[in-house]
Design a protein around this ligand. Structure first.
Ligand code: PRP
Length: 179
């Protein structure tokens, strides 16, 4: 385990099994369609890559990068699009893939945006869900793991752009982010 982690929260094996299970459930929902699977950068990248490899339906891929902050340090309360989709989602089924739902701000706004753009359906697939932190009314259609309010890194998730490449989800030592 990485020396900056206090403990492993979700092992590689647990991730592998659960991601496959969730992908199988998603396969069942989309028989006959070709959804656009949208990865929200950057935290979702590893989950996204593992998840789509278990999809047995035809799909299109796309990516989006968003931030909840404006140019200043304080939250603008508005979703800022850093990189938009290449695809037109009008009339299409969309699967949004996220690493984590925290307050719910990002996904609540993204879901609304895709609906405004005329998506036929918007489905939310998340790796982690911090239910107790929710401030916005949004629910994942498929969620791999509910977690407590811990500082988690690895499997795509970062602290200051570090630790994304850890193959497991670890809890970061308090001293790392409090110094
Ligand atoms: C994280 C995460 C979600 C969002 C969740 O992104 O990937 O997009 O925060 O928080 P919310 O539910 O309170 O909106 P972050 O801005 O850290 O970017 P990253 O994915 O590039 O690390």
């Amino acid at each position: 385990m990485h020396q900056d982690c206090e403990r492993v929260l979700i092992t590689e094996e647990e991730l592998r099994r659960r991601v496959e299970e969730i992908a199988r459930a998603v396969n069942g929902r989309y028989q006959g369609g070709t959804p656009i699977v949208v990865g929200i950068l950057k935290g979702s990248i590893i989950f996204f890559a593992d998840f789509i490899r278990h999809l047995e339906i035809p799909i299109r891929l796309d990516f989006m990068s968003v931030s909840s902050y404006g140019e200043g340090a304080a939250s603008s309360g508005k979703l800022r699009i850093r990189k938009d989709l290449d695809s037109d989602v009008s009339g299409r089924d969309v699967i949004l893939v996220e690493d984590i739902i925290d307050s719910g701000f990002t996904l609540a706004n993204l879901k609304k945006l895709f609906e405004e753009r005329g998506a036929r359906s918007v489905c939310i697939v998340t790796l982690l869900n911090k239910k107790d932190r929710r401030e916005y009314d949004v629910f994942p259609d498929f969620n791999c793991f509910d977690i407590e309010n811990e500082f988690v890194v690895g499997y795509g998730l970062d602290y200051d752009e570090r630790y994304r490449n850890l193959p497991y989800i670890g809890i970061l030592k308090r001293e790392i982010y409090e110094t």
